[in-house]
Design a protein. Sequence first.
Length: 275
Amino acid sequence: MSQPRGDTPSVTEPAADARPASAVSEQAARPASAPAEEAAARAGAPSEPIAARPRAASPADGRATGGPGGLCIGVLAVQGDFAEHAAMLRRAAAGLGRAVGVREVRTPRDLDGLDGLIVPGGESTTIGKLLVAYGLEAPIREAASAGLPVWGTCAGMILLARDILGGEPDGRIGLMDLTVQRNAFGRQIDSFETELTFSGLERPIHAVFIRAPLVERLGPQAEALASLPNGRVVAARQGNLLATAFHPELTPDVSLHAYFIEQCAARTHAPAPSR
Ligand code: GLN
């Protein structure tokens, strides 16, 4: 499935994290080395030959750069619903009239020249293992520390948080001043959907929560962007870092992807600071 569904998904259907195996086999994880391949296999990545699979555009082949004056936004593509995010970025860019290249990121080299990065939902334990296996953990952390806009959704939020309750993945980015509780709403069957007011967006958005995390502690460096009616924080920002506990890529509404594109554009096209 690469196109978002036109209707609102039923959360009783298997979604995102409920289908890591098929998501991975549809959109191949591409280990960079033999040890990485072994680690990927342990983490649940496919065992079939991967070299033959279509390769994402990379800086070297000059594609997916958005063209002159355009942006190139990466989607971490090792597990989870990265294809849905890529499709949403393309739709949002078209709506904004912006030239945005979308690149699937599987190796450190794929990070070169990016203007932003999405870390999708899926399973943070698996994504964390693959971050380590593919040598992506430190390069992503360094790029994010240097100001690259990074948006984590659901498992991606977990990987961005400094402190994690309910099981720490092997690898993670760990830069946001948050403590998140994994699976804070219960199991898959406890998934739910709701309307959310999101600071910075004109209209409420429809939010899909699937085995979602919750912000237990919002540190002073982070600001809340959306909360549930009970006051629990489900979206936060810290400078160039954005985290949402829900899945905006599973609804037809591209407004949050448009918001992220504008954040990436604002940073990339900002005038150099005067000395
Ligand atoms: N429960 C998953 C985790 O802990 C995240 C779920 C999701 O991304 N939909 O990693």
